[in-house]
Design a protein around this ligand. Structure first.
Ligand code: FEO
Length: 173
């Protein structure tokens, strides 16, 4: 059985993950309007990954005999001044999410909830990757500056990203 405090905090994180999905889907729509299909594809896949994160927490709460309570999801920003500005916002958002998971780990320690600590380890590791990936794209966009050719090269690269759903039996993926 999970504590009410831990249950509430994890429900809050489901909301954060769905907001992340919403934000990246909004960015995908904005990139579509700029005809940057590769960027749009990358963001759409990011949206799917965030939904998967939310479902992972959803399943965990249920598995621990808790009660999932879905919350409102705020309207995300829907316009940015440049691809760089959008990716800077994505990077900043991922740093915020990393902070959320650190707080959740501290709460799990306070609650002496070892199972939640182990469960949260996956997300802590995932966040290292999420931040590094967003930061790498920010750095590339800074290097190319106003170079349209460079932008199209990155667009082509991001267009190659595919979504791989986790295997049903693999709860740690
Ligand atoms: Fe679910 Fe991008 O963190």
């Amino acid at each position: 059985m999970i504590s009410k405090k831990m249950e509430g905090a994890l429900n809050g994180q489901i909301q954060e993950e769905f907001y992340s999905a919403y934000l990246y889907l909004s960015m995908s729509a904005w990139f579509e309007t700029k005809n940057l299909k590769g960027f749009a594809n990358w963001m759409k896949i990011q949206n799917l990954e965030e939904q998967m994160h939310a479902i992972k927490i959803f399943d965990y709460i249920n598995e621990r005999g808790g009660n999932v309570q879905l919350q409102n999801i705020n309207k995300p920003q829907n316009e940015w001044n440049s691809p760089l500005e959008a990716f800077e916002a994505a990077y900043k958002h991922e740093q915020h999410i990393s902070g959320c998971f650190n707080d959740l780990v501290h709460l799990a320690m306070e609650e002496k909830d070892r199972a939640s600590q182990i469960f949260l380890d996956w997300f802590v590791n995932e966040q290292v990757e999420e931040e590094a990936t967003a930061d790498e794209i920010v750095q590339q966009l800074r290097i190319i500056g106003d170079n349209g050719h460079g932008l199209l090269m990155i667009d082509r690269e991001l267009g190659a990203r595919v979504f791989t759903p986790p295997a049903q039996s693999d709860k740690n993926a």
